[in-house]
Design a protein around this ligand. Structure first.
Ligand SMILES: C[S@@+](CC[C@H](N)C(=O)[O-])C[C@H]1O[C@@H](n2cnc3c(N)ncnc32)[C@H](O)[C@@H]1O
Length: 192
């Protein structure tokens, strides 16, 4: 019995240490918490973002390319890639560990790839649909880039944070767990 307790204690200590180390790594890559952590989409906000993306992808008459900018562990990208094998999905994230988790979760999907790196350095002009769930600072930086680069008829679904340089086509109330969240949908460069 004592040996099991000792083993259990050791496992707990190792897990706590791993978590602490990851926490330090996350602070480092988010430039001292200036950028959002790997936190998955949730509640009504997730449902609305998925429903809007699904409606857009369903009506497509040719294969489309979709990117999640800050894909985390694939909360949005995985269900979409499973449902729409005819479209290509790319997840960008600068967190090495969440990239590995998403790669593992997507191991059976040939239409989902993961890029470990800063999406602000990516070429966004090739995407038909962009998804993001960021924070104020990241959304501000992305907003300018998107306004300059995206295809004229591309769609952007931003959970929780507005892209200030663009004009939303739709804004959804996505109150979840008491939090006053919104989902912003942008479509057509002419609208921006
Ligand atoms: C709130 S999570 C969103 C996860 C996922 N999109 C979802 O909705 O479930 C934000 C993610 O963006 C990533 N991130 C933030 N800024 C980034 C940047 N400039 N380049 C790449 N990834 C970034 C973080 O590492 C984090 O995993």
């Amino acid at each position: 019995m004592d040996i099991f307790l000792l083993l259990f204690g050791c496992v707990l200590v190792v897990l706590c240490l791993a978590f602490e180390l990851y926490f330090l790594y996350a602070i480092f890559i988010s430039k001292n918490c200036k950028y959002p952590p790997a936190f998955p989409s949730f509640g009504k906000m997730k449902k609305i973002a998925l429903a809007e993306a699904e409606a857009f992808l369903t009506q497509a008459d040719q294969p489309l390319t979709i990117a999640d900018l800050g894909s985390g562990t694939g909360g949005l990208l995985l269900p979409l890639a499973k449902k729409f094998p005819e479209h290509q999905f790319v997840g960008y994230d600068w967190d090495f560990f969440v990239c590995k988790i998403l790669q593992w979760r997507a191991r059976k999907l040939s239409n989902l790839s993961v890029v470990h790196g800063d999406f602000l350095k990516a070429d966004l002009s090739k995407y038909d649909l962009l998804l993001c769930f960021l924070d104020t600072k990241a959304a501000e930086e992305l907003s300018l880039k998107v306004a300059r680069e995206i295809k004229p008829d591309a769609m952007i679904i931003s959970s929780a944070f507005e892209l200030k340089d663009l004009t939303p086509q739709k804004v959804f109330d996505a109150k979840s767990y008491g939090m006053p969240l919104k989902v912003f949908v942008y479509k057509n460069r002419n609208n921006l």
